[in-house]
Ligand binder design. Sequence first.
Ligand code: TYD
Length: 136
Amino acid sequence: MINQLAKYINFPVRGDERGSLIALESNQDVPFDIQRVYYIFATKENVSRGYHAHKALKQVAICVKGSCRFVLDDGVERQEFYLDTCTGGILIESMVWREMHDFSDDCVLLVLASEHYDESDYIRNYDEFLSLANKA
Ligand code: TYD
């Protein structure tokens, strides 16, 4: 599944009689240098997260357990992605507004990021995002 907002990446599963294993390497399975890994879990009921874009950061989001729903928005178009498998993830480019909703109780959302944490890279105001996105 490929579109303007995000690309869905299916990861190679290395399975054998014992079960399955996925290995993700920078610039191979993930199209950037992985500088940071974080994960979101124990999200309370009815909580939504995100509501920001990044100026430069690229991310791959993988729901390694449970499920959640992403809303992605490039300033022109909005699209939803339902994540419920650990065998693939969405590549979110820079300058994409993201919201995450409907976290299952057991959801563990793993995120691979192209940069170290930098609050100055965030755009947390939607109107500011729209004006920057439409200038880009
Ligand atoms: P934030 O990115 O706003 O979370 P979300 O988009 O999922 O709602 O981050 C929440 C808090 O955690 C915020 O205070 C910044 C901090 N944080 C870090 O310190 N390092 C990180 O790598 C991330 C992603 C967040």
